[in-house]
Design a binder for this molecule. Structure first.
Ligand SMILES: CCCCCCCCCCC/C=C/C(=O)SCCNC(=O)CCNC(=O)[C@H](O)C(C)(C)COP(=O)(O)OP(=O)(O)OC[C@H]1O[C@@H](n2cnc3c(N)ncnc32)[C@H](O)[C@@H]1OP(=O)(O)O
Length: 285
């Protein structure tokens, strides 16, 4: 049973395509999140597919939300979140949107990001991130809200928002503060530090360092397997107790959180920094 070839299957929505093993090969579809369900394990591999760098925009956030909805509907046993890029998990928020947007588009962007955040962080099944390349800014954050992270050597990971000129949104601070030892969280958040996987593993930012994507997937499957003999209701109740603070914060302060994000992005200082950052990125070559 080949799991590496994309096959035609019913389109779940405009941006998400489920990959399954029905024998009708078609050429690769340009969907923003590819879904491959392993019929044996019941795990779904969700691959972000907004190339070249999986920068996060409204459409990618919505595609992630839709993919998680699909996994919930199909009573998934677990999700492996990864990317189709050979070297980038996700480069974070789309700098183009930060550079050229306005308060309406930034509100829509943050609204979509909140939805995707809740779908992943409050899912009724565990998620494991197979970080097969750079995971920067929002890309790092989306791996952090999974239950487990395995990262391939040779890339970088971290929340560098501060370097882009954006004050860290509250939920990122809350979660970084819980995942990392306090001193490391403070340094990382205020300096926008990017880490090698080896450094990241020393401060709890990743759980395992691996040599390639295949090994990352094996590690993720092994992590998900740990839940097979435990009643999921008990796991989920426990997990929700642990995660309640962040989930309640977003559910109860949705508009305020959007307003805070827009305020942070539209400040003159942030816009100047975003502009310089954008130009540096474009002049890199
Ligand atoms: C309450 C709800 C919570 C939900 C939370 C959701 C998300 C939280 C977000 C919080 C705030 C987050 C802010 C950010 O994420 S800011 C963005 C941070 N990211 C970066 O700084 C990454 C910048 N990019 C790089 O460092 C490199 O590009 C990278 C290492 C990723 C790859 O390097 P490489 O040399 O392989 O490739 P290039 O640099 O040549 O890039 C290829 C093309 O891609 C463009 N690019 C790169 N990054 C971005 C980006 N982030 N957005 C848009 N476009 C990007 C780059 O310009 C190249 O384009 P061209 O080929 O046209 O030149």
């Amino acid at each position: 049973m080949s799991r590496n070839i994309l096959f035609l299957s019913k389109t779940i929505n405009s941006n998400v395509r489920r990959l399954c093993t029905t024998p009708t090969p078609v050429q690769k579809a340009e969907k923003l999140v590819l879904i491959d369900v392993n019929d044996k394990t019941g795990y779904g591999t969700l691959s972000m597919n907004r190339l070249p760098v999986n920068s996060l925009n409204v459409e990618l956030f919505n595609a992630l939300s839709d993919a998680y909805d699909e996994m919930e509907k199909n009573k998934s046993r677990g999700v492996i979140l990864t990317s189709t890029s050979p070297k980038i998990f996700s480069a974070g928020l789309d700098i183009n949107d930060l550079y050229s947007g306005d308060s309406k588009s930034w509100s829509e962007l943050w609204d979509a990001s909140q939805e995707a955040f809740l779908k992943i962080y409050d899912a009724s099944f565990p998620s494991a991130a197979a970080i097969n390349g750079h995971a920067i800014g929002g890309g790092c954050f989306f791996s952090m809200i999974c239950d487990y992270r395995a990262m391939v050597k040779g890339y970088q990971i971290g929340l560098n928002e501060i370097q882009v000129g954006i004050a860290l949104p509250k939920v990122l601070v809350m979660i970084m503060g819980k995942l990392l030892p306090r001193r490391h969280a403070e340094i990382s958040l205020t300096q926008g530090t990017l880490y090698s996987p080896e450094q990241a593993s020393k401060i709890n930012l990743v759980d395992d360092v691996v040599v390639d994507k295949a090994e990352a997937i094996i590690k993720c499957e092994a992590f998900l397997n740990k839940f097979r003999k435990i009643p999921m209701d008990a796991v989920n109740t426990t997990k929700r107790t642990i995660r309640r603070e962040e989930i309640d914060y977003i559910r109860n302060n949705k508009q305020k959180d959007i307003d805070d994000f827009v305020k942070a992005v539209e400040s003159v200082e942030a816009q100047n920094t975003i502009k310089m950052y954008y130009q540096a990125l474009k002049n890199k070559k």
